[in-house]
Design a protein around this ligand. Structure first.
Ligand SMILES: C[S@@+](CC[C@H](N)C(=O)[O-])C[C@H]1O[C@@H](n2cnc3c(N)ncnc32)[C@H](O)[C@@H]1O
Length: 185
């Protein structure tokens, strides 16, 4: 099973219809569509990306699947996560997904960077519901990817505690890091 599918399998255990979720790196919208299907029409998916074309692709992808009603596009970096979310959603977000690296089928110079990813992770921890999950898929093949993955691992180790445990799933390619209560991971 691909790690992207594994993310969806694990995260689906944490989501119910009506929930709030964040896609911190919208890209082509595959994760946003998954989240939208899980939270349903009563829920909300806040999708961040710094590239307009990524948000356009995400909007189209969800529209074609009839799941655009619950999508809220945010054209800002995820380092502005907390201040970009509605006040009433703080502490209520059930799942926050990061899929790091570059937008597939696009230029490979616009990539996630640890100086943005690390503050975003700290804010993700602050806005997360007590029974929520943070998932980070970190690719290591592109320039800077290995360093970003190591920094993310260190940051998530520091964010873990009694209430949230860190799980790490290695693969020959990307590494998957999860912060959640240990019930399902
Ligand atoms: C690997 S792609 C995401 C794939 C996506 N999750 C999907 O399902 O198709 C990484 C995305 O992160 C975006 N990105 C880079 N830096 C960012 C930042 N600071 N905040 C939000 N998104 C960022 C890129 O523009 C790119 O679209």
């Amino acid at each position: 099973m691909r790690l992207t599918d594994k993310v969806h399998l694990i995260v689906s255990e944490y989501l119910q219809p009506g929930d709030l979720a964040v896609d911190a790196t919208a890209g082509n919208g595959h994760d946003s569509l998954f989240l939208a299907e899980q939270v349903g029409k009563q829920g909300k998916v806040f999708a961040f990306d710094i590239q307009e074309q990524a948000l356009n692709r995400t909007a189209t992808h969800l529209r074609e699947a009839g799941q655009e009603q619950q999508l809220y596009l945010i054209h800002r970096g995820h380092e502005h996560l907390r201040e970009s979310l509605p006040r009433e959603s703080i502490g209520q977000i059930k799942a926050i997904l990061f899929n790091l690296g570059y937008l597939p089928h696009s230029d490979k110079t616009t990539i996630t960077r640890q100086e943005h990813t690390l503050p975003a992770l700290k804010q993700a921890r602050e806005v997360l519901a007590s029974d929520g999950i943070i998932s980070v898929l970190a690719y290591r093949g592109h320039p800077g990817g290995q360093e970003e993955a190591l920094a993310v691992r260190q940051c998530m180790t520091e964010l873990a505690g009694d209430d949230l445990q860190l799980s790490i799933l290695e693969s020959p390619g990307p590494v998957l890091l999860l912060l959640a209560q240990h019930k399902h991971v």
